[in-house]
Design a protein around this ligand. Structure first.
Ligand SMILES: Nc1ncnc2c1ncn2[C@@H]1O[C@H](COP(=O)(O)OP(=O)(O)OP(=O)(O)O)[C@@H](O)[C@H]1O
Length: 333
């Protein structure tokens, strides 16, 4: 897909033709997009898509091979310190000091960023209340669950004067209830404070409530729009069906080869429309045990754009990424 070439503006984040290569892997291939002020913006893609690399470039840990990245109009390569001052960052790997208490971790961060004492105290109380950890303020961090630690990291990222919050897969490894809570805090932050939130995820169901979603795969931007507009432009209906016997599965596969998008065990996924369902049931209605119709969703948007389901891509790439992690690399994972 042709990449947009956004003009620098008052946008919170501006990326123009960012590329980054690790040896033979082109992790980012001329990525361009803007994140508007006060947007809740999701960068969605499977593991290995290039999300972490992009975030590391934005927060000045990595330098791109080419292209420019602006934070609040500041070039991150030319003025890294000034750019970082505006960012709150929650990395994929926890980076709290386990031996300190919840409040001490926040104090330390405020000190490092030079937040004056009175303002520091006030922000700490405010942020602890926001992420519902006030009662835990004097407890050592090691006593917290992983969901609570994630909430504390979000609070910590906002202790200094950060106007843009970057979060790298903040919900990975957390249970469904804790994931919902993290997203509730992010929506509240965007609503109550003058803040822009850029969050990466490979959980497609999480991005429905975001203002805009950028779909990225193999280092390339595939699409960027509101969830509704993405569904209108690229969504399609699917049917998932289970043939009664192996012979039925073979017959349906042969008949609808052009509509088949996935086969998992004995479940087939076919691209659908009203005329298809009527014709299919007339021909194969007695040769299936189950049939489920799915309306256009972001999952089908991803399928249309990449020819693969995000869930499969996520699992496959995660294994590769972990194998890579064991060998070590240029930056810590
Ligand atoms: N330090 C490195 N050295 C070599 N290759 C790397 C390094 N870091 C990332 N890669 C590769 O670059 C590509 C993009 O990786 P990146 O971590 O940015 O993706 P991601 O979408 O953030 O996935 P994840 O959620 O697993 O971090 C992948 O193919 C990955 O294997």
């Amino acid at each position: 897909m042709a990449q947009p070439d956004p003009a620098p503006s008052a946008d919170a984040i501006h990326l123009n033709a960012i590329s980054k290569r690790y040896g033979r892997t082109l992790a980012l291939d001329a990525v361009s997009f803007n994140v508007r002020d006060q947007e809740l913006f999701a960068l969605l893609g499977p593991n290995g898509a290039g999300k972490t690399t992009l975030l590391h470039i934005l927060c000045t840990i990595l330098r791109p091979d080419s292209g420019t990245a602006l934070i609040d109009g500041i070039d991150v390569a030319k003025n890294p310190l000034e750019a970082r001052q505006r960012l709150g960052i929650v990395f994929q790997e926890p980076s709290l000091d386990d031996r300190l208490t919840v409040r001490e971790n926040l104090e330390l961060h405020g000190l490092v960023y030079g937040v004056p004492r009175k303002l520091r105290r006030q922000r700490i109380e405010e942020m602890l209340a926001l992420v519902e950890l006030s009662d835990w303020a004097s407890k050592p961090v090691r006593a917290l669950s992983s969901g609570m630690k994630r909430r504390l990291e979000i609070a910590r990222a906002l202790i200094h004067d950060s106007r843009i919050l970057l979060l790298d897969e903040p919900t990975v490894g957390l249970d469904a209830q804790t994931r919902d809570r993290i997203w509730a805090y992010l929506r509240r932050l965007r609503a109550e404070r003058d803040i822009t939130v850029l969050v990466t995820t490979h959980y497609i169901e999480e991005v429905e409530d975001c203002d805009r979603v950028c779909i990225i795969d193999s280092g390339k931007v595939l699409a960027l729009d509101t969830p509704e507009a993405l569904k209108r432009a690229h969504g399609q209906s699917l049917v998932r069906l289970t043939p009664t016997a192996e012979a039925d599965l073979e017959a349906i596969t042969a008949r609808y080869q052009d509509r088949l998008t996935a086969r998992k065990g004995n479940e087939l996924t076919l691209v659908s429309d009203d005329a298809f369902i009527t014709a299919f049931l007339a021909e194969f209605g007695t040769r299936i045990t189950a049939l489920k119709v799915e309306v256009p969703s972001l999952e089908t948007v991803f399928l249309t754009l990449t020819g693969r389901e995000l869930r499969d891509r996520a699992a496959g790439a995660r294994e590769q990424t972990l194998a890579f992690g064991k060998r070590g690399g240029e930056h810590t994972r």
